[in-house]
Design a protein around this ligand. Structure first.
Ligand code: AMP
Length: 469
């Protein structure tokens, strides 16, 4: 089962070029998933869907987009996970059932996806993919409620875990977020000629910027929003409860130009860097980020410490496209493909190297080695979040506990493994302060091992095969 789903989703209601807008939205959300992409659109009568493997720009040609007419569309871009890299798992999923045409796209992970699926299979349901998202369509189809919104309400209440979902029916778009609000989802609008309003939903606000839509608000945790013939209808389908926004969205996953959980990501990251400098000061000549993930935090570290910020590592942005591997094994080939050191910045310097996180430690170790080989005299590694000690069951691709270096080693052991002169992580209190979480609204399970939900089938979840990276 594909249960580690880091994804981007978008939905458009009320625009004559809905599929084109969905395409642009996905283009802006490409960082949330590069394995597959898909768009489903409705012209009011028929729901059509195009899905494929690869980058958004590779999946859709203008001819393909032209095959998606209508004023309503939803889109999805999916992250790669091991063994599950197949077109069958590309979303949106689209079916015709007793509630009409229905398509769905999902960001997050259902912690009871496996048990729901088993139960449905025992009762005769046939699945086309290994993704737990399909479960939702079966639940909707089986509901005795005849009205789609009522059937959805019923289905959503059966789900546990993380989901920000977009649904497309013939004449409406429905968006729902789990009661904890693990994964983000926001709403924007566009005024069209003739006084008409177009509504756009997306995982991150950077998608709105590209298409010129104005950010309005987050979708509330436990909220369902229907954009349809009656305009925009917002309702709670689940009672209000403590929220658990994924802090890793602010640490790493979201784009820094996005507003996520109502807060600017760049502000959080710079603040993480500033607090990191206060918690782990060091005498050094340059602050160098690991691009792109460490840039905003490194700027914060440099501003707070007064040590100059320099680009000492340059990233090749085209990695992942076609390249020819050399037949002879080259040491650290993978990292060299992506990053190249700037010798003139690093040679003879005491370097503060800033990255957002250490997961297994293997990439970090190669980068530290690269910086040393470029002539750095000292390398002080600074990480803008606490040690990752526990896997995520809510949609972030983290390895099992066994592979998480901080779950099995002390900070001194990690420092020795990555071969840094010193190593400092941002504290949990620092991270909370950086995202302005005075009320405990965020999930920190990957740093604490304390999960906000009961983990259904915990044993099965942790036994899942590891994903890529
Ligand atoms: P590692 O060698 O496993 O410690 O890799 C750490 C690097 O992976 C850091 O530079 C992070 O920016 C990046 N990273 C952290 N979490 C993820 C994730 N869920 N998916 C992809 N990359 C990640």
């Amino acid at each position: 089962m594909a249960w580690r789903e880091e994804c981007g989703v978008v939905a458009v209601y009320g625009h004559p070029e809905a599929a084109n807008l969905a395409y642009l939205g996905l283009y802006a959300l490409q960082h949330r998933g590069q394995e597959s992409a898909g768009i489903a659109a409705s012209d009011g009568r028929q729901v059509r869907c195009v899905r494929g493997m690869g980058y958004v720009a590779d999946v859709f040609s203008s001819e393909q987009l032209a095959r998606l007419p209508g004023a309503l569309a939803i889109g999805h871009t999916r992250y790669s996970t091991a063994g599950e890299s197949s077109a069958d798992n590309a979303q949106p999923f689209s079916v015709v059932c007793n509630k009409g045409h229905l398509a769905v796209a999902h960001n997050g992970n259902l912690t009871n996806g496996i048990s729901l699926r088993r139960q449905l299979e025992r009762e005769g349901s046939i699945f086309q993919s290994t993704s737990d998202t399909e479960v939702v369509l079966h639940l909707v189809a089986r509901s005795r409620e005849w009205d789609l919104a009522a059937a959805l309400r019923e289905a959503l209440l059966e789900l546990e875990g993380a989901f920000s979902m977009v649904f497309l029916a013939q004449d409406r778009v429905i968006v729902a977020r789990d009661p904890y609000g693990f994964r983000p989802m926001s709403l924007a609008q566009m005024e069209l000629s003739g006084g008409r309003t177009c509504y756009v939903f997306a995982s991150e606000s950077c998608a709105f910027d590209l298409i010129g839509a104005t950010y309005l608000s987050e979708i509330e945790p436990g909220e369902m929003v229907i954009a349809g013939p009656h305009g925009l209808v917002r309702e709670r389908y689940a009672p209000r409860r403590r929220t658990a926004f994924c802090v890793f969205e602010h640490v790493y996953f979201s784009r820094p130009d996005s507003i996520v959980f109502g807060r600017a990501v760049n502000e959080s990251r710079e603040r993480m860097g500033r607090l990191l400098a206060r918690e782990h000061p060091v005498e050094a000549d340059v602050v160098v980020p690991v691009p792109d993930s460490g840039v905003a935090a490194a700027l914060g570290y440099a501003a707070e410490s007064g040590i100059p910020f320099r680009h000492g590592l340059i990233r090749n942005h085209y990695v992942g496209r076609t390249f020819i591997e050399p037949s002879q094994a080259i040491r650290d080939f993978g990292v060299k493909l992506k990053l190249n050191p700037v010798r003139s910045v690093l040679e003879g310097k005491r370097v503060v190297l800033v990255d957002d996180s250490i997961v297994r430690g293997t990439t970090c170790r190669k980068i530290v080695r690269m910086v040393r080989q470029a002539g750095a005299r000292e390398v002080h590694l600074r990480i803008s979040c606490p040690p990752v000690i526990s896997p995520c069951f809510y949609g972030v691709d983290t390895p099992t506990k066994k592979e998480l270096i901080a779950a099995n080693s002390s900070i001194e052991e990690i420092r020795r493994f990555v071969d840094a002169d010193t190593l400092g992580y941002l504290s949990l209190a620092g991270l909370r302060e950086a995202v302005c979480d005075a009320d405990g609204d965020y999930c920190y399970a990957c740093y604490t091992g304390r999960y906000p939900t009961e983990l259904v089938n915990f044993e099965e979840l942790i036994a899942q095969p590891r994903s890529r990276r």
